[in-house]
Design a protein around this ligand. Sequence first.
Ligand SMILES: *Cc1c(COP(=O)(O)O)cnc(C)c1O
Length: 458
Amino acid sequence: MELPFAESWKIKMVEPIRKSTRQEREVWIKEACYNLFQLPAEQVYIDLITDSGTGAMSDRQWAAMMMGDESYAGASSFFNLKKMISSLTGFDYIIPTHQGRAAENVLFSYLIKEGDIIPGNSHFDTTKGHIEGRRAFALDCTVDEAKDTQLELPFKGNVSIPKLEKALEEHHERVPFIIVTITNNTAGGQPVSLQNLKEVREVANRYKKPVLFDSARFAENAYFIKTRETGYADKSIKEITREMFSYADGMTMSAKKDGIVNMGGFIATRLEEWYEGAKGFCIQYEGYLTYGGMNGRDMNALAVGLDENTEFDNLETRIKQVQYLAEQLDAFNIPYQRPAGGHAIFVDALKILTNVPKEEFPAQTLAIELYLEAGIRGCEIGYILADRDPTTHENRFGGLDLLRLAIPRRVYTNNHMDVIAVALKNVYDRRENIQRGVKITWEAPLMRHFTVKLEPAK
Ligand SMILES: *Cc1c(COP(=O)(O)O)cnc(C)c1O
């Protein structure tokens, strides 16, 4: 008999978590103005709000922290990190930042000016925020197939090459660079194929435009290339990442994802011009060039995290857990973005809460219901997150309205996945009785989902 699959690690330290009653949760969610970001974490049983900075570091990473060099300038930890990043990407210029959005802030301060257009696959919310905050435009050129959550395709995160070509044909003088997000978080954690990265590069070359990868989950993307794309089965993850980045000029990275650290990020590039242009903004916003926004110990832990998470076994353990949860949901016929993404399940709220009008935010309503059901905290990736159109100030109801269940790396067991699946099934079973959603009572002009205040719609 073939041995079943199991984790590629064992547990050395545990953190107790506590359940609560539905009665308690009804009080708490009201106090949080029906915004799950506003809940104290102690009021959450299983926390799936994000996979960002919530992973469990390994014993090797903790050991590396003890060896951190906290020198202000030229710390050995910086050179450890630089060496690891260069070996995975081929990029020689590195700027550490305190997290991914800080990398965007530093680099975009140099690259983007008012009126610019930045085409790419779906822009992540902070990326969009840093573009629109500079009065520039994020132009979504994701393949149309990504909008159909039930279509089983291997690379639904891809850039539509015809859309990209059209954008460049019409606006090339306003385009400072092309951005490709790997994996495509907003479209459901869907990967981008190497073939697509290559084609983006060809279009970019034709218009002499640089290409930037928003790389938060580049290792998971490489896992999907290895397991789904013809010709890569026998390549190592590190060989694949090297090839992926050969089609880019630089990257911004939220190290809180595939770096498996709790805080950190960086810019890496092969272009001396980008480095020279951005480095002043690093000093202004983050810190001196060899630490940017990071402690020496954290740079050390990140160097090890990047090494570990570009090994197949570690990635397989993670992605198989996400797929395990997907199989449990399949058994209950719960619709989610197919196939399961790398870091999360994106439940299709519009297909479940069909009685809740879109003006009352079905995905947010589903997130609240799941919390009330079992103390599980997911995250709306939908109409609230989409913000308002900067020119018309209308809500953007054109895209998907999803409930994201993000799975932290190396944190929960498959027993937790079983709890999540059954809790969602219980909500699904009473979906017809959920008639009303929520309405906004206060919102910020940008990235409103973090602080929005809601109340039940009447
Ligand atoms: C998380 C994320 C960011 C922003 O990074 P932070 O570390 O949260 O600031 C940018 N792009 C993508 C694709 C992300 O997933």
